[in-house]
Design a protein around this ligand. Structure first.
Ligand SMILES: Cc1ncc(COP(=O)(O)O)c(C=O)c1O
Length: 367
């Protein structure tokens, strides 16, 4: 068998005609930037997340960056981010001139630990960016309570978790401004780059709209030194088609994850991530942890099974941050995850036969 880490076929195959029609509609309209498709997608995505407003932007990194700029985060401010996140979360803070303050995740969930956030808050803390990593919601009730007590902004990084919930409420609906990514491999991905910011607050929404479009509300009049970071009409039209399928794709991911949970628990030294109480996951990724990670990855590869490491180097050990003064050993949970974690294939359309083969291969490796 040849099982890639990820495949689009079964997602895009059944909606191919709808995607083509959407693309044709945009081509024929002659309207390519900030037109009716972006408007329609923003409304649909806001409603999906359970917020009043969504603003389409260029990508997920820009969504984080624009959210921080809109909230006035800049030099002299600290922003708390998880030590095991994808580099984008940390880069967005650095772009503003603020200081990223890394906080460790729980070992068993992989998500930022609210107790550790509390310990890291100082008078300089301006914002917290909880990242719903691998698809699981962070403990938003605890995080929002901390933020309120200390007068701090919350920006959810919802790039990996579209559709996940905490206490029944969707991610992307908790923070003051929330960022998401429509990178193609995300649970809902564009056919190119894309992102969005979601919020309940109409004043922040209006500000984000300016920041994404040259700082301008009225054409050729610029209120702030903004950016050019807009979701385009073509991607918005394609995303509208895909949004209608998101829940069923997420259900497929959950079903596959629960089969992995059942069949891999207790095998060798494998540990799988647990759900925190009240939190759900949409399993953007399915990482397992084992001290024999590299051997296992090579065995899978020899058996024709793709796998990836999310992420091999945590942000504090990246060359990009070698001047920052972060040390090896400073964030041991993030480092241990980077050394032991392996993401298995999990995508809508992975067949039971394929998944059984992956599970059998892992069993035979450990026995
Ligand atoms: C957690 C997280 N945040 C932010 C991003 C950035 O998104 P994008 O690639 O669209 O810039 C990604 C994905 O790439 C991500 O996984």
């Amino acid at each position: 068998m040849n099982i890639p880490f990820f495949r689009f076929d079964q997602m895009h195959g059944p909606i191919r005609e709808d995607l083509l029609q959407a693309a044709t509609r945009v081509i024929d309209s002659g309207y390519f930037i900030l037109g009716p498709e972006v408007h329609a997608f923003e409304e649909a995505f806001a409603s999906y997340c359970g917020v009043k407003h969504a603003v389409g932007v260029g990508n997920g990194l820009e969504a984080l960056h624009l959210a921080l700029r809109t909230l006035g985060v800049g030099p002299g401010d600290d922003v708390i981010v998880p030590s095991n996140t994808y580099i984008a979360t940390v880069l967005a803070v650095s772009y503003t001139g603020a200081t990223p303050v890394l906080v460790e995740p729980y070992n068993h969930t992989g998500n930022i630990n609210p107790e550790a956030i509390r310990a890291a808050i100082t008078p300089a803390t301006k914002a917290i960016i909880p990242v719903h990593l691998y698809g699981q919601s962070c403990q938003m009730i605890d995080i929002m309570a901390l933020a309120e007590r200390h007068g701090i902004y919350v920006i959810e990084d919802n790039a990996q978790s579209q559709g996940a919930t905490c206490q029944g409420r969707r991610t992307g609906s908790w923070g003051h401004l929330n960022a998401t990514s429509f990178y193609p491999g995300k649970n809902i991905g564009a056919l190119g780059d894309g992102g969005a910011i979601t919020t309940h607050d109409p004043i922040l929404e209006a500000d984000v709209r300016k920041w994404r479009n040259y700082g301008s509300e009225v054409k050729y009049y610029n209120e702030v030194q903004g950016y050019n970071s807009r979701l385009d009409e073509l991607q918005a039209a394609l995303l509208l088609v895909k949004l209608a399928r998101l829940d069923s794709w997420n259900e497929d991911r959950k079903r596959l994850a629960s089969r992995y949970n059942k069949c891999l628990s207790g095998v060798g030294d494998i540990q799988v991530f647990q759900l925190a109480e009240g939190c759900t996951s949409v399993y953007h990724l399915y990482p397992i942890r084992t001290n024999r990670r590299d051997e296992l990855q090579s065995k899978l590869s020899k058996s024709g099974i793709g796998s990836l490491i999310h992420y091999p180097v945590p942000p504090h050990l990246q060359n990009a941050y070698d001047k920052k003064g972060w040390k090896k050993g400073q964030f041991p949970i993030a480092e241990k995850h980077a050394q032991t974690l392996l993401s298995l294939p999990l995508f809508p359309g992975l067949s039971d036969d394929e998944q059984d083969f992956i599970i059998e291969t892992i069993h035979s490796f450990f026995t």
